[in-house]
Design a protein around this ligand. Structure first.
Ligand code: B1N
Length: 830
């Protein structure tokens, strides 16, 4: 077919489409009804809210697809340098509200549905979260995709389409239980299955030599082949026509049939064996920050990496017939070390398959890859046992050895016979279990290594990667994390959004967050303050209703809502919070009537999941429930103190809880949180922070000033000395007392809590809860004092929002684009 014919055909088809879809209420209604009838296949006379949600989503999806097609057509025409963002985790949450807001058609939908007798919000609540990730790292990927789309960058995301997302947490008798999250059960309107986009991914087998054109080449003869099928998820930008793509891979049995077993008549077993391929993309590993050398996890990593690299090279080759321009057209970003096999895979393809020669292939690899680390503790770094790597990916192991050999030669030249330095920096770790250090591999091969906050960067330079920093100081940078104000203000807090736009006289801050600083001038304005408090009240009401439905506990709206929501970890110190609550309870119990009248009532809210195998974290959850049981049912306490554990914390729960909180806690032991991003969401929503000077908090202090938050605890620089003091560190009596209460069984489950108490007593308090307890209580007292003065509190709250501009992922992405990826916007014309 000639190009002319193709064009004529395309134009005829576009003519039949009657132009693009229209967004007036009647057109929207027609589309929704059409999807009820033909897509969901329900009768237009009888469908429930869920089916209405499905039809509604399909009509939104159609509009997404139009822009997504045009964006990719346009990228193809312009052929700009593209960014490929590789991450094993994306925590997207719900898509409906975010999509209609970014497409700029929310109001139209609200009207259209209203006229049909439906409420947009009610239908939106039918959607379940897409939870293909654990915590901060995964939600960061999602925020960054939103910013990439909004800022018109020619970017693609690549990841894995897990059948089971992060487990659901249910609480039985105060204990966490895990249930599978089979999120695709009712279909997923936000993805587009692309059966024709698939690649074979190889595993196991052997490496052989082959002679071609007089040279020797290595050929990998795989032992197993699995097919990767693409599922595309359009990501719409806000205030732009651009919609970029998040391509997730699912494993399917390979098209290459196992002819042997089909011939031997073992048909049933052959089919059953084929089905095993799907295991690879079955389930997300629920541990963040702890590395386990599991074969399936390595398979997942290589599976999504191999498919993505094949896809990227195929797209490049569509328009280029050699690799000369590869480095000018492609930037590959590795989200932590999880996708770092991509580096070796590109090396293998260019060297073994494209025959570019080692030096040329190596030169390309070193120019295209950049890597962000999210880790603080050296123990958290990924290490793959050599035996495992050699069996699953024999050729990759050889290439890693070759890279390491050359790297060691370079070190010898530079540092001579400093063998302990060589051993520390080597990609291969000798020892009981010989392993590949994925971080060392990534640092050696990438042109930039980024940290996620300034404090994190300092720790990388002086501790975690000190040797590498000494060798290549210019490789190391940091980009402080950010979150998207589209989801974390516009979607989740419409009332606040309206007030902000009203006072700034524009909605432009949704794309240009620096404008929020304009609110600073009105921080003491009585009218703004009143509207601000009204917004908080509305959001607290929503949250209070949610709490009552969940737990049956009625909470007072006059109380300070004090929230800590994040994954449960010892270093995040939810236990410090609970011990503080016990102390508060203990104080209230011993007060006389006149003192009680001075107490600022509190609703303490804690939420978060513990990794299924993390025993201590699970005990912290149980302790929350045990304390809540006692406190919430104590008639002598009443509204002065309530403790609520919100089960199954996820993105949607965060969207509800954050706008409704007054105070939020970010109290990790200094030096342990690489960045932290929850704090940024609270800050944007005008919730005050009670925090340690850790991770990104240090930069938040610089933006809003220490007077506008409640700081506590040891600084990063003080932690090592405190740790060295061990049992002789000064611990306040109140701390000893509250731990004793738990130990003695005051909240029941005496034996069960024993090992939990052991983690903070007798000189074994690694995370320094005892050392920071006095300071924690002082910060809490300061928060109480500030809350009594509502003008002061509201002013601090407005200053929090107006100072949150630096923590937009738009800023982070602009920095990456300029300093790391070298990409420029490519805006699809309207
Ligand atoms: O990444 C976030 C940071 O804000 C947090 O401080 C940091 O703890 C978090 C293995 C991780 N670090 N490492 C992980 C996640 C999943 C996994 O399988 C490690 N997550 C973080 C964003 O920078």
């Amino acid at each position: 077919e000639s190009l002319g014919d193709h064009r004529a055909k395309a134009e005829k088809m576009f003519g039949l489409m009657d132009g693009f879809l229209k967004n007036d209420p009647v057109s929207l209604q027609k589309d929704i009804v059409y999807h009820v009838e033909y897509t969901v296949a329900r009768s237009r006379f009888s469908f429930d809210d869920f089916e209405a949600y499905q039809a509604l989503s399909h009509s939104v999806r159609d509009r997404l697809i139009e822009r997504w097609h045009d964006t990719h057509q346009y990228f193809k025409k312009k052929d700009p340098k593209r960014l490929y963002f590789l991450s094993l985790e994306f925590l997207m949450g719900c898509s409906l509200s975010n999509s209609v807001i970014n497409l700029g058609i929310r109001d139209q939908y609200v009207d259209a549905l209203g006229q049909l007798g439906f409420e947009f919000e009610v239908l939106a609540e039918q959607e379940g979260d897409a939870a293909l990730g654990n915590g901060g790292l995964a939600r960061l990927s999602a925020c960054q995709m939103d910013s990439l789309a909004t800022l018109d960058f020619p970017a693609w995301g690549y990841g894995l389409r897990y059948q089971y997302g992060l487990f659901r947490q249910i609480i039985v008798d105060g204990f966490q239980h895990e249930q599978p999250d089979y999120w695709l059960n009712f279909g997923n309107p936000w993805e587009i299955e692309r059966v024709q986009v698939s690649y074979a991914v190889k595993f196991y087998g052997t490496v052989e030599e082959e002679v071609s054109n007089g040279s020797n080449y290595k050929v990998w003869i795989p032992g197993e082949t699995v097919e990767a099928v693409a599922y595309d998820n359009p990501i719409p930008g806000y205030g732009t026509r651009n919609a970029i793509n998040l391509r997730l891979w699912a494993a399917k049995p390979s098209g290459q049939y196992d002819l042997e077993s089909y011939n031997t008549g073992d048909y049933i077993n052959a089919v059953v064996n084929r089905q095993k391929a799907e295991i690879i993309s079955n389930v997300l590993y629920p541990d963040d920050r702890s590395y386990q050398g599991k074969e399936l996890r390595l398979k997942q990593q290589y599976f999504f990496v191999s498919a993505s690299i094949q896809d990227i090279i195929r797209r490049f080759k569509d328009v280029h017939d050699n690799f000369d321009e590869f480095t000018e057209k492609i930037a590959l970003q590795i989200n932590d070390t999880h996708p770092s096999l991509a580096i070796i895979e590109v090396m293998r393809v260019l060297f073994d398959e494209e025959h570019l020669g080692w030096d040329k292939a190596w030169d390309i690899v070193c120019k295209i890859f950049s890597f962000t680390t999210h880790t603080v503790q050296p123990e958290g770094l990924e290490k793959i046992p050599v035996d495992l790597m050699g069996s699953l990916l024999p050729r990759h192991l050889q290439i890693i050895y070759d890279i390491n050999y050359k790297f060691m030669e370079e070190l010898k030249k530079k540092f001579g016979q400093d063998y302990s330095r060589h051993a520390r920096m080597s990609i291969v770790e000798e020892g009981a279990v010989k392993s590949i250090r994925m971080a060392n591999l990534s640092i050696v091969c990438c042109h930039k290594v980024n940290g996620v906050s300034r404090v994190h960067f300092e720790l990388l330079k002086t501790r975690v990667f000190k040797d590498f920093y000494d060798l290549w100081p210019l490789k190391f940078q940091y980009k402080t994390n950010g979150v998207t104000q589209r989801r974390w203000i516009v979607v989740s807090n419409p009332s606040l959004c309206a007030v902000i736009s009203k006072w700034l006289g524009t909605e432009a801050w949704v794309r240009n967050i620096d404008l929020l600083a304009g609110l600073r001038d009105y921080a003491s304005d009585a009218d703004l303050q009143q509207e601000w408090r009204m917004v908080k009240k509305i959001n607290k009401m929503r949250l209070a209703e949610y709490i009552e439905t969940l737990s049956g506990v009625k909470v007072s709206l006059d109380a300070m809502f004090d929230v800590q929501i994040k994954r449960i970890h010892e270093y995040k110190r939810q236990l410090l919070n609970v011990l503080g609550i016990i102390h508060r309870y203990d104080c209230i119990k011993s007060m006389n009537e006149s003192d009680r009248r001075k107490v600022v009532p509190r609703v303490c809210i804690i939420g978060g999941k513990a990794a299924p195998g993390y025993e201590i974290a699970k005990k912290i959850i149980k302790l929350c429930h045990a304390v809540a049981e006692k406190v919430n049912n104590d008639p002598g306490v009443g509204d002065l103190l309530k403790l609520i554990f919100i089960p199954d914390y996820n993105v949607s729960v965060a969207e509800l809880v954050i706008p409704g909180s007054d105070l939020s806690q970010h109290v990790s032991t200094a030096g342990h949180e690489a960045s932290g991003t929850g704090s940024m969401k609270f800050l944007m929503n005008g919730c005050l922070l009670l925090a340690t000077a850790d991770g990104s908090t240090v930069e938040i202090i610089e933006e809003i000033g220490a007077d506008n938050m409640f700081l506590l605890g040891a600084r990063v620089s003080e932690v090592p000395a405190l740790r060295d003091q061990g049992a002789s560190v000064r611990v306040p009596l109140q701390f000893v007392r509250v731990v004793r209460m738990v130990r003695d069984g005051y909240f029941g489950f005496k034996d069960y809590f024993e090992s939990l108490c052991d983690t903070v007593e007798n000189g074994k308090d690694f995370y320094l809860l005892g050392a920071d307890f006095a300071s924690y209580l002082e910060a809490q007292a300061a928060a109480d004092l500030a809350f009594v003065n509502q003008e002061k509190w509201t002013r601090m709250s407005i200053l929090s929002t107006s100072g949150s501009g630096r923590f937009s992922s738009d800023r982070t992405i602009e920095e990456y684009a300029e300093q790391t990826w070298g990409i420029e916007p490519c805006k699809c014309p309207f």
